[in-house]
Design a binder for this molecule. Sequence first.
Ligand SMILES: [Zn+2]
Length: 180
Amino acid sequence: MARLTAPLARVLPFWGVRWVRRRRDRHRRDSAPLAPEALRALTGFFPEETLAVARVAIVPRLSISRLLGVSRRFGLPTVDVERILGITYLDTIVVPERRAAPLPLAILFHELVHVEQARQLGVRPFVERYVRGWLEGGRSYTAIPLERDAYELERRYRAAPDEPFDVSAEVARRLTASGS
Ligand SMILES: [Zn+2]
């Protein structure tokens, strides 16, 4: 696995940045700002800029066939699609219809953590970290540090949705702790 990881770690971020940007641009056209209720509920947690830049696109189903195709081409186990309730492309959150009426706040919260991570890191470092985390974690979605951080903060929100905390500071602290 170590022999395969080095070339993959080089090629995947390059391909990933282009892919993420393209997906983001495509979905951005059909996206809407966060609903007023969501904004009210999450204002104490996220910086104003993050809530302002984030938009949600609702799609019939998540189309990640290309991602799955590439995983197969590399001979990698495919991600567990059912686990993925939404996908965030930098500042654009894509959720399947069946999850969107209305979109549960905890799912929106999780995706907004990714928006905040991407905002703090920048596009390329975000994609590089995501890919590296996936490769180093045995290609498991749940082992990706950016996902673990998002799930941790999502759990904290679920436990006390009326007790705001500074997500931006928590994201920054975790990004620093987990290295470059
Ligand atoms: Zn996530």
